[in-house]
Each structure stands twice: as C-alpha cells, then as structure tokens.
Write a protein that binds this ligand. Structure first.
Ligand SMILES: [Zn+2]
Length: 282
C-alpha cells in the first residue's frame, strides 16, 4: 500500500516560482506528489516538460496536472467544444511529456440538458480526445473530476460511468466537492468506506491507483463556495479519511487543495503514517 501526498501547485513554502522549483521543493519537504496547475491555460513548453521529467523521476515526485477551467464538454457551441478539446489535449500531451500520469479536468455543465443528454455529449467528445491521444501514442489518464456545483455535470456516478465507457478516462475524486454538491455528505469513516466500496465494485483496481483532491469546504444549497484549510470546519473531515486509507490497502495520490497546500499535505501525510501504526490499523 502506498499513498502519495502533494500540493495542488507549487508549495507555498517554496521560494522559487517555477514548476521545477516546485518539484525540488516537494522533495525537500518530504512530499512525493505535485499537481501542475494549468487552470488558466497550458503555457508549459516541451523543453521545460522534458527537463521536469528528468528532475521529478529521480526525486520520485509523481506528477499530475489540472487542465484549464474553460472546459465544457456538454456545450452546444462548436467553438466551445473545439476549445475544450484543445485544452484537454494540450494538457494531456504536456503532462505526459513531463512524466505525469493523469490530467484532471472539469467535465462540463448541464445548461438546459438533462443528465442523459449531458452524459452522451461528454462521452462523445471524450471519445474524440482519446482517439487523438492514442493516435499520437500519448500515454496518460484523463481524470474526470467530481464537480462541486449542482449546475455542473460530473457527479461521482456520472464520472464512474464515463470511466466505464471511455478508455483512458478515470474519475478524479474531489471529496470536498462530493460533500458540497451533496453527492455524498461526508461525516466520518463510514462515508469514506462507502465511497471506496463503490469505486471498487464499479471500477475494480482503480482503488490501487486512485487520484483525489482534498480540502475542507464552505458551501451553500447550490454547492461549493470556497476552500478552507484543514481544521476550519472539518467538512469533510480528514482524519477518518486517513484512517480508512491506512486500514484498507488502497494506493493512490492525495492532492491537497486547501489554501495551505503543502503545509496541509504534510499534516495529512503525518496523520496517515500515524494511523497506519495504531493498533488495529494496517
Ligand atoms: Zn478541479
């Protein structure tokens, strides 16, 4: 069993501002993962990606990325679909070049569509993206993130279904979003167990390579509002999550998306290590 921990972006304790600085800093802090934030656009060049790969590999920092926010696979505007495809493709290509294993994206919005129509549109566009990546020989997973707003397409069940029907696609589990959107109100260990049981029964060995985001969150009846540092409102609570991970032999990556990125990633890592050593754990 191994769980990797890292920040969503360059650690806040890092003095440098480049991705390369971030990778080295994660290693110095004792973390072993980092998500590259391409949320405002993919600007990384091929040369930088190759250099990142040569540094991250030997330091054993597992890399992932977050594709631009401007993705809506359910849009009925051709230009928006074309742009969405480009964002995910660019993100996937550069992430693979940097040695990363997954690029996470927000699937889309229902707008006026019913859930089934939104699903079939997203599935069709993802199929086209996957065909291009395969033709180019790009090896990467596309992480359909569980969204935080009720108006957004990409609930846990929808992303599991996308994963079952489209090659290369897997869910990226954002626990704060599940909680805020109401897909799963997460109060304790039983809720984490239920989520992982569902993932295991629907997607088998995905629980040996899961990718997730974690933060505490503030929300309204429409869903997510903003992220909180660990220990603010305990919603969702991180300690039972670490306990369930330590007890069940799952493997994967926990990306910390609180405002205290690396600081909170280290708190989770310590909690996980402690939980694994307690009697009854492991
Ligand atoms: Zn996201």
């Amino acid at each position: 069993m191994s769980i990797r921990f890292g920040p969503a972006g360059i650690p806040i304790q890092c003095e440098g501002g480049s991705t390369l600085d971030g990778v080295r800093c994660c290693h110095a802090l004792g973390l072993n993962a980092m998500e590259m934030e391409f949320v405002q656009g993919v600007r990384m060049k091929a040369d930088s990606a190759k250099e990142i790969r040569t540094v991250a590999g030997p330091l054993d920092i597992s890399l992932s990325s977050h594709a631009p926010y401007f993705v809506n696979l359910c849009s009925d505007e051709k230009i928006k679909i074309a742009n969405s495809k480009r964002h995910i493709l660019d993100s996937a290509r550069i992430t693979a070049l940097a040695g990363g294993n997954i690029t996470v994206f927000h699937p889309g919005f229902y707008q006026k569509l019913g859930p089934e129509e939104a699903f079939s549109r997203a599935k069709a566009v993802l199929g086209e993206i996957v065909a291009e990546l395969k033709a180019e020989g790009v090896k990467i997973r596309l992480g359909a993130e569980t969204v935080g707003k009720k108006s957004a397409f990409g609930g846990l069940q929808e992303n599991i279904r996308l994963s079952q029907q489209v090659e290369m696609v897997e869910p990226a589990i954002d626990f704060a979003h599940l909680h805020a959107r109401g897909d799963f109100r997460i109060r304790g260990e039983a809720d984490y167990r239920a989520i992982f049981s569902l993932l295991e029964s629907e997607l088998g060995d995905y629980v040996k390579r899961f990718h997730c985001h974690f933060s505490e969150i503030n929300y309204s009846d429409k869903g997510e509002l903003n992220h909180f540092p660990l220990g603010t409102n305990n919603e969702p609570p991180f300690r039972p999550f670490m306990k369930v991970l330590a007890e069940n032999g799952y493997s994967g990556t926990v990306i910390c998306e609180t405002p205290k990125l690396d600081i909170d990633a280290l708190i989770m890592m310590r909690e996980f290590e402690t939980a694994g050593k307690e009697p009854g754990g492991g």
